[in-house]
Design a protein around this ligand. Sequence first.
Ligand code: A3P
Length: 293
Amino acid sequence: MALRTDQDKGGNLHKYIDIEGKRFPLVIKEEIVRNIPNIKLREDDVIICGYPRSGTHWTFEMISMLLAGRDETIPMWKGKMMLSVAPARDLDLAPSPRVLNTHLFYEELPRDITTLKNKIVYVLRDPRDVAVSFYHFYINNKTGVDYRGAWRDFLELFMNGEVQWGSWFEHVKNFEDVIKTNRNGQQILVMNYEDTKQNPKDSVSRLSDFLGLPRSDELCSRIADKCSFANMAVDKLQYTLLSDNRDIMYRKGVVGDWKNMFTVAQSEMFDRLLTHNMADSQLVSRYITKPSS
Ligand code: A3P
């Protein structure tokens, strides 16, 4: 493990912890990361996977409420159940059913996944909104990142997969490949951030069905409301990540904020990269701007 400090194109420092070539936030502990393959899973564990800033806190809240059968705020930060953050002994002590969550790739999950085949919910969001959200997180998170660079330089790091947690493109390709090849007979539900925004109750219902829970339309509706951005930004304030005493997890919670940050040239460059890099991806096609005829 090593603390690395690179420079972005504008000359600003870009720091991360390097463990076997993978880039982690500065607060990550090496022994926890190295022990992830040995973590003991339980049959009823659900695992939320997704690239950072894709809506994993939101998904954690919806799933946890569904499993609890109540529309009450979960009195916990999801980091407490995050692989690479939570020590194995804390996870061992957590009551079932556990909602584990991670930004890791499929192959980096605990080894038990191959025998227990836990249900995975994969959270996917427009990569342009992910990039914008991640940039604000980079700028505001003094302990985990401590970055002062400009948007254009961050965007380049993001497009090159040089940010903490690695490449968004590779992350999506990785899980899409697991789905396409039916690897390990793994059950994976893909949840698009934009769909949940548009019809939150529908998404909660899909999650409920995927988890094999008896469907209560009324409960799904109440959970969808309770997990709205406006409610979570207030209700979760005591269970969030702070930097300089400010919450850095709940920012805007909207679709399309990228239009406020990307220049036309950046948007075209991003589209070219998506088209070039993800030509075979069914998951990503909805995020590629179609040329107007
Ligand atoms: P923005 O920075 O665009 O606002 P993650 O939880 O995976 O780290 O993702 C964080 C992003 O999800 C942030 O996006 C955050 O505001 C948004 N978010 C968190 N809770 C939300 C909710 N209940 N509804 C919509 N977006 C939410």
